[in-house]
Ligand binder design. Structure first.
Ligand SMILES: [Zn+2]
Length: 406
């Protein structure tokens, strides 16, 4: 347990993203000698660490050692229950990939088997010397802290079908299983949406480092967006902020699986079906990976298709960009070098559909973490929750939509 003044100091280190002792004394209002003694004790207990030179050049003059939160000894098992594959990565809280393995995981099993499967996944990547400190499970459906995956009627071709809804939302996710999994596994377990994690990964360790308001745009697994403000995930009141696929763009369009009409996802085709479109246009079968490869090689038709995807995304995005005023849009990490034409199409159309004052400060970039955006996001989330737990949650943090961690 931390003393109140120690909590104060750790919170200041977190908020400044690394600080020297003088800055800590100024920010906390504590005497310099008190700060020095507390920092020494926190370093000795492995909670803080010290590096040479300043974190950020905030002042002129001789650089003094920077105190940071020590994340080097903590690890998180990032379990990805993806649409195309399932895997587990052991990540340092500082974002290092320590090991990774593919797994087979049946989401339709009862809770006890799910818990056993997740424990086995953690064992797969843990080596004897490394203790797994936490687990983050990435799921493909929207997920609301404390409630689970939202239960919405799912429709198909105008008729209600309950079976697909069940298939999309496995029983163990119908209520939030975090607390039960935490108890079963003996480490904090958190469930999070995959696109939110990719957004957080790019924010902490990729293309969106240092951005104030970053919006991550997913294309490959499905259309969607993850919003990161000041390094923190913004989930919205119901945990479904950024559901780009379900922005209605055609009032008289097709009925969507969500029950709305003319959603963007009904009007445009995303990753896997995009590959089918390109394949039929080129007259041969092609996987998404092949499409990405062709784009990287400069194939004109494929690049044209991807630029069109970028242009079409501006339609549901333009109003949102105007309202939110982000400084950065990051395009799907999984697209790799095939993201460039999407970025071009997006930039071109967003510029035309937003005012100069909105567009002026907006950057649009491809994601950097081609294969590891989601595990990197799991590391960021686990580290943030660990530090929040150390210092105790403040009201402003709670407004950011973070629940307490066990
Ligand atoms: Zn919809």
């Amino acid at each position: 347990m931390l003393q109140p003044r120690e909590r104060h100091i750790v919170a200041a280190v977190r908020d400044l993203d690394g600080a020297n002792r003088r800055e800590l004394a100024e920010l906390t209002g504590l005497p310099r000698t008190t700060v020095t003694a507390a920092v020494a004790s926190l370093i000795a207990r492995g909670l803080l660490t010290e590096t040479d030179g300043p974190a950020v050049t905030r002042r002129a003059g001789r650089p003094s050692p920077t105190v940071r939160i020590d994340l080097s000894r903590k690890t998180v098992a990032a379990v990805e229950l993806g649409r195309r594959s399932q895997s587990v990565s052991l990540m340092g809280f500082d974002g290092r990939v320590l090991s990774r393995a593919d797994i087979e995981f049946d989401q339709a099993q009862p809770f006890e088997a799910v818990a056993a499967g997740l424990a086995a996944a953690a064992d797969t990547v843990a080596c004897d010397a490394t203790e797994v400190s936490a687990m983050v499970v990435s799921v493909t459906m929207p997920f609301r802290r404390g409630a689970g995956a939202p239960q919405v009627p799912m429709y198909s071709a105008g008729e209600m079908h309950f079976a697909p809804a069940k298939a999309r939302r496995p029983n163990w996710l119908l209520t939030d299983p975090s607390a039960a999994l935490t108890e079963a596994l003996g480490i904090p377990v958190v469930i999070e949406n995959d696109i939110n994690l990719a957004a957080l990964g790019e924010s902490g360790h990729g293309a969106a480092r240092g951005a104030h308001t970053a919006v991550y745009l997913s294309v490959v697994p499905g259309f969607g967006a993850g919003i990161v403000i000041d390094g923190r995930l913004y989930r919205g009141a119901g945990g479904v902020a950024g559901e780009l696929a379900h922005v209605s763009v055609r009032e008289d369009g097709d009925l969507c699986v969500c029950g709305n009409r003319g959603c963007y996802t009904t009007a445009r085709r995303n990753g896997p079906s995009l590959a089918d479109d390109i394949a039929s246009a080129l007259g041969r079968n092609m996987s998404l990976d092949e499409v990405i490869e062709l784009a990287a090689e400069g194939d004109v038709a494929v690049r044209r298709w991807l630029a069109d995807v970028g242009r079409s995304m501006a339609e549901p995005l333009a109003g949102f960009v105007t309202m939110l005023n982000p400084d950065l849009l990051v395009v799907d990490s999984a697209l790799g070098s095939a993201a460039a034409p999407v970025v071009e199409g997006l930039r071109d159309t967003i510029e035309r559909r937003t005012s100069p004052m909105t567009f002026q400060g907006l950057e649009i970039r491809p994601g950097q973490l081609t294969a590891s955006a989601i595990p990197a996001g799991a590391a960021v989330l686990a580290a943030q929750r660990y530090v929040d737990c150390l210092v105790g949650l403040t009201p402003s943090r709670r407004l950011g939509g973070l629940g307490a961690m066990g």
